[in-house]
Ligand binder design. Structure first.
Ligand code: PEP
Ligand code: MG
Length: 556
């Protein structure tokens, strides 16, 4: 065996769990070594203009990327691009680059590279973890700007063949857009921690990832056989026969375990002492519905209708909406389908509706506040849902409820529509509990609601006063903070026998599920691929020890 083929083990930090074996694709940033060049005095104006143009184009690109990704439902990443756009528009940055061009007579590219490197270094040397993570933001912005100035628009990452193990110094947000979905089988990076951009991408896509592997891009060569062990935070290069066999077995067992849990997920989930817990799916498109059916969803706990609306240039008519609902949920015929009314606000404009700008859109006209202001948009949904509920068990969720009278208005609207259409009943109406005010007014809201569904994503941001899309305060955005868990307990207790579900991201946290069930929650709704694991976790929970009875029953 030649020296090159000796097995090498590299230690790192687990970012995303799982094990994978594959051939390495080593990615190098093309602009790592940019040659400086000097300019003449008469060229200064031209160089300053280049900076301004590049800043403008990159800001525009970032805005487009943020919108595209938001439509793709990766709100975290979209927020990063929005933050980048703001950083880029900081006049101090433009001043610093311009001053360097003028004082040292260097090119715009050279000056920009120096300024961004300086900022990257400053952030990397800071004590606070969140500040250190801004080093990546600066590096990414610098790369974007330099690419724009030099006309080098693509990265080799876009051409990475599917199924390879990506090895990089770091992954920046712009790289994550270039990386085609599901292209990488595993990821190894030299920098980045659990809060890094690489982590965000890897977790969302379920790609086994190990970070903080110093010198990975030097020690691993393109085409090397690599094992990414995202359970133990380890990378094995050129595995020997014994290692390869051991990991092949582990990968196979992992696949079998997933298949076993997926099979078991077709059955209802009961705690070890027999309490049935309904596990439904959060969906936004047809692929999600197919995945929900494959993964044993007991129904749909949250259909986010926004994607359908965002894809339209004119407001969809009632008939169009009804057709979409029929097509969309055909694979789940006979199961309960919970449709949330359009949840928009000043922060997410509709292509066909020019909304007035708001100072603080998250505290503005969102959800039901928006719906009540645009009755035409509301009525087409109400009519389609009344009609659809004649064919399927349909439940309707009202987003962002704060006041009991909002639910009363919605109920009146449904009743009026049903009467006009000659229908005998209206669908069950549920209130999304996403604001502390609603959580503390369950007794009043209950008079107008058939069920509740807790949106822990928004409930967390409003309780913790930390924007869910603001990476600068991600340390405060704690979905399992005692304050949030306490609100959940209050909601369940005040709800009595009105069913309460959780459809926010908290429901996917396997380690928190026992706490939620012991608080009396009997319905969970999560992304379809997580259903088998959630059901399996439920089966391990014993509720007898709680010593308390709840009037909550599961809402089938
Ligand atoms: C929530 O806020 O928890 C929720 C489920 O709604 P969304 O994430 O769509 O705002
Ligand atoms: Mg919400």
């Amino acid at each position: 065996m030649s020296e090159k083929e000796q097995e090498v083990r590299l230690a790192g930090q687990t970012i995303s769990q799982g094990v994978v074996m594959g051939s390495a694709f080593v990615y190098r940033e093309i602009l790592e070594s940019l040659e400086p060049w000097d300019i003449e005095e008469h060229q200064i104006e031209e160089e300053l203009r280049r900076i301004d143009e590049a800043l403008k184009t990159v800001a525009e690109d970032l805005r487009v990327s943020a919108q595209r990704i938001e439509g793709d439902t990766n709100a975290g990443l979209a927020a990063i691009f929005q933050a980048h756009e703001a950083m880029l528009q900081d006049p101090a940055l433009r001043r610093e680059i311009g001053d360097l061009v003028k004082k040292e007579s260097v090119s715009a590219t050279h000056a920009s590279a120096r300024v961004f490197r300086r900022w990257e270094r400053k952030f990397r040397e800071m004590n606070e973890k969140t500040h250190r993570e801004h080093a990546d933001d600066m590096a990414d912005l610098g790369q974007r700007l330099l690419r724009e100035m030099t006309g080098v628009k693509t990265t080799s990452l876009e051409k990475m063949p599917k199924g390879r193990v990506l090895v990089a110094r770091r992954l920046l947000p712009s790289d994550t857009v270039a990386l085609p979905r599901n292209a990488a089988a595993g990821i190894v990076v030299e920098f980045g921690g659990t809060g890094s951009h690489a982590a965000l991408l890897a977790e969302a896509l379920g790609i086994p990832t190990v970070a903080q592997v110093p010198g990975a891009t030097e020690k691993i060569t393109d085409g090397d056989e690599v094992i990414v062990d995202g359970f133990r935070g380890r990378v094995v290069v050129h595995p020997d026969k014994a290692t390869r066999e051991r990991y092949t077995k582990e990968i196979q067992e992992g696949k079998e375990q997933s298949a076993r849990l997926q099979f078991l997920a077709r059955n209802p989930a009961r705690t070890s002492d027999g309490t049935e817990i309904v596990v439904m799916a959060n969906v936004g498109c047809r692929e999600d519905v197919a995945a929900a059916a494959d993964n044993g969803a007991d129904g749909v706990g949250l259909y986010r209708i926004e994607q359908f609306y965002l894809a339209h240039k004119t407001p969809p008519a009632m008939k169009e909406l009804l057709e979409e609902l029929r097509r969309m949920f055909a694979p789940l015929k006979g199961k309960p389908i919970t449709v949330r009314l359009l949840d928009l606000g000043g922060d997410k404009p509709l292509p066909f509706l020019k909304l007035p700008p708001e100072d603080n859109p998250f505290l503005g006209r969102r959800g039901v506040r928006f719906l009540l202001r645009y009755p035409d948009l509301l009525d087409s949904q109400v009519e389609a849902l009344c009609q659809y509920s004649e064919e399927q068990d349909v439940r309707v969720l009202v987003p962002m409820v704060t006041l009991a009278e909002e639910m009363a208005s919605l109920r009146d609207r449904f009743a009026a529509t049903a009467k006009r259409k000659g229908l005998k009943k209206i669908p069950s109406l549920g209130a999304m509990i996403e604001t502390p005010a609603a959580a503390l007014s369950i007794a009043e809201i209950k008079a107008h609601a058939d069920f509740f569904s807790i949106g822990t994503n928004d409930l967390t941001q409003y309780t913790m006063a930390a924007g869910r899309e603001n990476p600068l305060v991600s340390d405060y955005f704690r979905e399992d903070h005692p304050a949030v868990l306490r609100l959940i307990r209050i909601i369940v207790e005040e709800a009595g026998d009105t069913p309460v579900a959780i459809c926010g991201e908290l429901a996917r946290k396997l380690e928190i599920i026992p706490t939620l069930l012991k608080s009396g929650v009997r319905n969970l709704s999560v992304a379809p691929p997580l259903i088998p694991d959630v059901k399996e976790t439920v089966r391990q929970v014993a509720l007898e020890s709680v010593g308390k009875t709840f009037r909550q029953a599961c809402f089938r």
